[in-house]
Write a protein that binds this ligand. Structure first.
Ligand code: WTA
Length: 660
């Protein structure tokens, strides 16, 4: 595509508008804004039309059955997600098209065509059957970013067995809790994965979890890193050994549109992680439609979404959306800065990546590493960029646009959640003028609002709570095993109104563009990943030294937010700290390591501060909001509900004197 500067209207700093380049619009999958009006006029017809992009074994009787807040989409429709992602492409010229281009961190590379993927997935499904997996059984997946991770997911889908993917960076204990909650019967893992030249010991971590998960009957282990791992006779099986004696070719289970496709755990504000339930028909319609329209996907594109399959972005936009659309998907195993900060751009150059989707935290890291890294590579194959996971600051947006997109690629800033399953607020790159930092407008057929605490729309320009007004096909159906928690968390926050409460603050500007202001609940967004203050606090309190703890998210230049914790030590530990019998840094390191052990490296606190008391309300609730004010050096907000105002004044003084 010719390099042409996009039009820039400079008004105020944050009012810069980037219009879609004309040549982009001309070739775009969606060229006209009419789609918004069409979808709004009759959303059910709109979604029914989109559902035609899939292959159904039996057509649905009804598009939507809505018993608020419980939805059924494509009622009585029958299909199979794996069939839609693989088999149907085999009847077309795509049979020998690359489905997955894999680059391992050490530099190894593999290409699987759709036909290859069919053979791998059907054999994998046959192995799962041998291990006793049947329709409806839950299968846990704890894998590195290698093709077998995708193969494992699709094999489960083929059998109608819901998968629960647990991010490979999570600890044994996190894995254990998720396995137990879903009562998984089989675990699929690997000996290890590569990360910054080191082995992530997945099987070793899994063994610790498996000691406490009696529900798991069999474990299938993929060989990736090759180091010695322990295998328990009768429970653990090597994939490559079983593959030798297992044929390819395995029929697809016909599943109902509302059968569970997967469970994915995400952090809530309180208690244990929530098993977000996604079903098959609506989810596949929502993800394939958005993937086609938002990423403007073409058959000759190489598409790269950098998310790990352990997150929803990996499910929706590495696996199900793209493969349903017959896309060539790039998969990279490792870190963006290994062996040097040019790795991503070397991959773009090597495989001629056309569409690239990543997180603001990665973009900010690239900014820090310097313009020279992308500058060394030929990035001219790129035609469209995307971001997801947290608000992108306009500065990072403009850097991305210039240094990666060569000022010719539109950027789709996509707002959505594990719970929404699909992209909800986003530009359509051929038609939506872009404003750096704004996710722009709701996707066609999606009704969004910004409301006050009573559920009334706030005026344009004012901030409020982001809410979704109408059901959408890829919405979560419930929290696994806990309908009441589903109702309370998402639908009962605004009394008397049936609104989906996203937990994000937002503002709508005078062009009706949405600006996401971040979480309004006690969820910390570290590098685009949600962690609850509650989980971090429970991990700390689990340590014998700790009496009480409060975790907060503190602004961080690269990660968006970093975790800071305020800890009250038990008397014996406090004595040791005061007397100097043990160094402060020793306490800090020990507690940081403990959180990593309990949750995973992603939850490592950046900062541990010791305090004799935490600020609390009269009813005993920790006021994290005030701790955030202190950590960020702001004036304290409303302190009228504090039980003892002296606590906070003392804390602020101490915190500041430590920092200065
Ligand atoms: C945040 C990730 C601003 C938001 C797909 C949301 C964003 C949470 C954006 C969901 C965006 C996601 N702009 N904020 N474009 N995208 N978020 O469940 O706070 O891991 O509620 O899903 O990420 O995170 P989750």
């Amino acid at each position: 595509m010719a390099v042409k500067k996009a039009t820039i209207d400079t008004l105020l700093e944050e009012d810069r508008i980037f219009h879609p380049p004309e040549e982009f619009t001309q070739q775009a999958n969606i060229k006209s804004r009419e789609i918004y009006a069409e979808a709004r006029a009759n959303p059910k017809i709109f979604w029914a039309m989109q559902a035609e992009r899939l292959d159904w074994f039996r057509k649905w009787d009804k598009v939507l059955e809505w018993n608020p807040p419980f939805a059924k989409w494509f009622v009585n429709g029958k299909l199979n997600a794996c069939y839609n992602c693989i088999d149907r492409h085999l009847k077309t010229w795509r049979k020998n098209k690359a489905a997955i281009i894999f680059e391992g961190e050490p530099g190894d590379s593999r290409v699987l065509t759709y036909w290859d993927l069919y053979r791998e997935v059907t054999r994998f499904a046959n192995i799962l059957k041998k291990l006793g997996v049947q329709k409806g059984d839950r299968v846990a997946i704890y894998m590195p970013m290698i093709p077998e991770a995708v193969v494992a997911m699709l094999a489960c889908a083929r059998l109608g067995a819901p998968h629960s993917v647990v991010f490979g960076g999570f600890s044994s204990e996190s894995l254990r809790d998720r396995i137990l909650d879903a009562q998984a019967k089989v675990l699929i893992t690997a000996d290890g994965g590569w990360r910054r030249g080191k082995i992530v010991p997945l099987k070793h971590n899994a063994d610790a979890a498996l000691a406490e998960t009696p529900c798991v009957e069999k474990v299938l282990v993929v060989k990736r890193t090759g180091q010695e791992v322990s295998m328990l006779d009768g429970r653990d099986y090597w994939y490559h050994e079983m593959a030798e004696e297992t044929p390819t070719g395995c029929p697809c289970e016909e599943v109902d549109a509302e059968d569970i496709l997967f469970i994915l755990y995400t952090s809530g504000t309180t208690g244990k992680p929530k098993g977000v339930v996604h079903t098959t028909g609506g989810y596949l319609v929502g993800t394939s439609t958005t993937h086609y329209m938002v990423f403007d996907i073409k058959d000759d594109d190489v598409y790269w979404c950098t998310a790990d399959i352990g997150w929803i972005t990996g499910h929706s936009y590495v696996v199900y959306g793209p493969l349903a659309n017959g896309t060539t998907v790039l998969l990279y195993e490792g870190a963006p800065d290994w062996p040097n900060p040019g790795r991503f751009w070397a991959i773009v150059e090597k495989y001629h990546v056309n569409v690239f989707y990543t997180a603001p935290t990665a973009i900010r890291a690239f900014m820090k590493w310097g313009d020279e890294w992308p500058g060394r590579y030929d990035l001219s194959s790129l035609r469209l960029l995307g971001t997801v996971g947290e608000p992108i600051n306009p500065e990072a947006w403009v850097w991305y646009h210039k240094n990666i997109g060569g000022e010719r690629c539109p950027i789709v800033d996509t707002w959505w959640q594990t719970e929404t399953g699909m992209i909800m607020i986003t530009p359509l790159p051929g038609v939506t003028p872009l404003k750096p930092g704004s996710a722009t407008v709701p996707f066609p057929g999606i009704e969004v609002d910004v409301v006050d605490k009573d559920g009334n729309s706030v005026m344009l320009g004012k901030g409020g709570f982001l809410a979704i007004k109408e059901p959408w096909p890829a919405m979560l159906r419930t929290i696994y095993g806990d309908d009441q928690r589903y109702v309370d968390t998402y639908w009962n926050k605004i009394p008397g109104k049936m609104l989906y409460f996203a937990g994000d603050g937002a503002r709508r500007d005078y062009h009706n563009y949405y600006w996401i202001l971040g979480r309004v609940d006690d969820v910390i967004n570290v590098a685009g990943h949600r962690l609850s203050t509650m989980e971090v606090e429970s991990a700390l309190v689990d340590h014998p030294w700790v009496a009480e703890a409060a975790a907060i998210g503190k602004s961080h230049a690269i990660k968006g937010q970093a975790i800071s914790v305020f800890v009250t030590l038990k008397a014996h530990a406090f004595e040791q700290l005061k007397s100097g019998a043990r160094q402060r840094s020793e306490f800090q390191d020990e507690l940081k390591a403990h959180v990593v052990k309990k949750i995973g490296a992603i939850a490592r606190p950046d900062d541990v501060f010791f305090t004799a008391e935490l600020p609390k309300t009269r009813s005993g609730k920790i006021m994290r909001r005030l701790l955030r004010d202190i950590a960020e050096g702001r004036a304290l907000g409303d302190t009228t509900t504090l039980a003892d105002p002296a606590v906070i004044a003392e804390l602020k003084r101490k915190y500041e004197s430590r920092e200065s």
